[in-house]
Design a protein around this ligand. Structure first.
Ligand SMILES: NC(=O)c1ccc[n+]([C@@H]2O[C@H](COP(=O)([O-])OP(=O)(O)OC[C@H]3O[C@@H](n4cnc5c(N)ncnc54)[C@H](OP(=O)(O)O)[C@@H]3O)[C@@H](O)[C@H]2O)c1
Length: 263
């Protein structure tokens, strides 16, 4: 019997793969058989990870991309399509964050976060989806967050960008379904990466976090594997516009933050 999760012969473009969750997601797709296009602002920063993926026997195309620059998006998309021939899967992962009380957020903070996380994801998807539509097939996976669904103090622009990603996912699913393209949002909970490492150095905060996660630990590198491979695979063919939270259950316990559970 053929493996319905097998991605052999498909090419996945994963943005933001110089470190962090982008590498976890890309590695899972490569282990399922996909060839990869990797991006970050500096191409050289991709080379160690590209070598790791090549050692699995996959083809890798590392490309520079700044998602805040429309010319960079157009240039990357053109090069990716020319070099890969066909792109079947796009994972819109590149993103950034600035943690601040809402009173302290500046105009530049807002622009940085919204331009990177929301505008960048849209225009990368637009370029790649035109190519996918010509071939009548595509899987787009936008990376969201638990803040796509819930509010969190200190993350006002970030939460707005992630809520926007969830809404964008639904709009694009409605728009591009007719072209054989599914668009879904994979929303991770709390994973330690360069973006938030400073928070994990605070033991009191980590204990507080773990107390609120039903599965009693933060996310680990392979915790996103099943969701990303599923959303990229043939088995998710009739699922579009959805947000899949991979968060150890923290979103189910939203009331736990304020209301002590009674036995
Ligand atoms: N960590 C978590 O707990 C968590 C939870 C939910 C969602 N997320 C989201 O998941 C994604 C990855 O998070 P992470 O924790 O892995 O972050 P990270 O370690 O800071 O990595 C961010 C990645 O995005 C790339 N990037 C940033 N700005 C870019 C730009 N202007 N143009 C192109 N690429 C850019 C970075 O590449 P260069 O800097 O090399 O260009 C890097 O590869 C983000 O969108 C984040 O918001 C993270």
């Amino acid at each position: 019997m053929t493996n319905p999760f097998d991605l052999t012969g498909q090419t996945a473009l994963v943005t933001g793969t110089s470190r962090g969750l982008g590498q976890y997601l890309a590695r899972a797709l490569a282990q399922a058989g996909a060839d990869l296009i990797l991006t970050s602002r500096r191409r050289d920063d991709l080379l160690p990870f590209a070598a790791e993926i090549e050692s699995l026997g996959r083809k890798v195309i590392p490309l520079a991309l700044d998602v805040r620059d429309q010319h960079s998006i157009a240039t990357m998309a053109e090069a990716a399509i020319a070099q890969a021939g066909q792109i079947h899967i796009l994972v819109n992962n590149a993103g950034c964050n600035v943690r601040k009380p809402a009173f302290d957020v500046t105009w530049d903070d807002w622009n940085l976060i919204l331009d990177t996380n929301l505008r960048g994801s849209f225009f990368v998807a637009q370029h790649i989806a035109r190519h996918m539509a010509d071939r009548g097939f595509g899987r787009i996976i936008n990376i969201g967050s638990v803040t796509s669904v819930f509010g969190y103090a200190g993350l006002a622009p970030y939460g707005a960008s992630r809520g926007g990603i969830r809404q964008l996912t639904m709009s694009l699913a409605d728009d591009w379904g007719q072209h054989g393209i599914t668009v879904n949002c994979l929303a991770p909970g709390w994973f330690e990466t360069a973006q938030n490492r400073v928070m994990y150095q605070d033991k009191e905060w980590v204990d507080y976090l773990i107390d609120r996660i039903p599965l009693k630990r933060p996310g680990e590198p392979h915790d996103l594997d099943g969701a990303v491979v599923f959303l990229a695979s043939e088995l998710s063919r009739y699922i579009t516009g959805q947000t899949l939270l991979v968060d150890g259950g923290i979103s189910t316990g939203a009331m736990r933050a304020t209301v002590k559970p009674k036995p």
